[in-house]
Design a protein around this ligand. Structure first.
Ligand code: PGA
Length: 251
């Protein structure tokens, strides 16, 4: 049985002071989530990771939005895995479409990061998804299949058992144009099939999330799809009331 996961992606939002306020306000929600067997988390900016980790409940997952695959060195502007670990951060989003679009994050680069995270017993949340152009050209499965195969190459079944994959159609992110539950289920099931082909039965343990304009009003429908194990939520995770409503609607 896969545990549900609700993960907020704050992107480049919230000052550290605002992140702290949210973390304190989220303590009761984390308890409620735990009591209902749901994993709850947020991905703040690097500068807010420490304050969220310190001020949120112990059970709250605190994820970074990116990481470098080298431990240290001449990589101006980057942050490494040991730096995150020192703050107790062990989850990281990898390959979010905004990073693929604006920062040239390729499937190969994602693979290097995912391998480095797994070697350090950390949990990658690997984001995949097609653009509007690719969706309209019926290339969704070709694109997503390639992202999964290359992003997770040279890994074993043991390596990927804690991995999370998030399917986020680029055309639905921040646009209010969310994918239908049929599309979400179809692609999340396809991802699980690719994972099964690559790694065998462990595919049934890997959580696959849907993301893209998830809101309190639609989250329940997504999570009732058999292959959708949770949500990666941007805009609707920023305000504590909306975040609480997301959780309440999947209890
Ligand atoms: P959104 O973003 O919920 O604002 O569409 C989702 C994401 O980019 O992870």
């Amino acid at each position: 049985m896969r545990r549900k996961l609700l993960l907020g992606n704050w992107k480049m939002n919230k000052l550290a002071s605002e992140a702290k306020e949210f973390a304190v306000a989220s303590r009761d929600l984390a308890k409620k989530a735990e009591a209902n067997n749901i994993d709850l988390g947020v991905a703040p900016t690097y500068l807010s990771l420490a304050t969220v980790k310190e001020n949120a409940a112990k059970t709250m997952i605190v994820a970074a939005q990116n990481v470098h695959f080298n431990d240290h060195g001449a990589f101006t502007g980057e942050v490494s895995i040991p730096m995150l670990k020192e703050f107790g951060i062990d989850w990281v989003l990898i390959g979010h479409s905004e990073r693929r679009t604006y920062d040239n994050e390729t499937n190969e680069k994602c693979n290097a990061k995912i391998k480095a995270l797994i070697a350090n017993n950390m949990v990658p949340v690997y984001c995949v998804g097609e653009t509007l152009e690719q969706f309209e050209a019926n290339q969704t499965k070709a694109v997503v299949g390639e992202q999964v195969r290359v992003g997770l190459k040279e890994l074993t079944a043991e390596d990927v058992k804690n991995l999370v994959v998030a399917y986020e159609p680029v055309w639905s992110i921040g646009t209010g144009k969310n994918a239908s539950t049929e599309i979400a289920e179809d692609v999340c099931k396809f991802i699980r099939d690719v994972l099964r082909e690559m790694f065998g039965d462990v595919a049934d343990e890997i959580r696959v999330l849907y993301g893209g304009s998830v809101k309190p009003e639609n989250i329940k429908a997504y999570l009732s799809c058999p292959d959708v194990d949770g949500g990666l939520v941007g805009g609707a995770s920023l305000k504590i009331d909306s975040y609480e409503a997301l959780l309440n609607n999947i209890l």
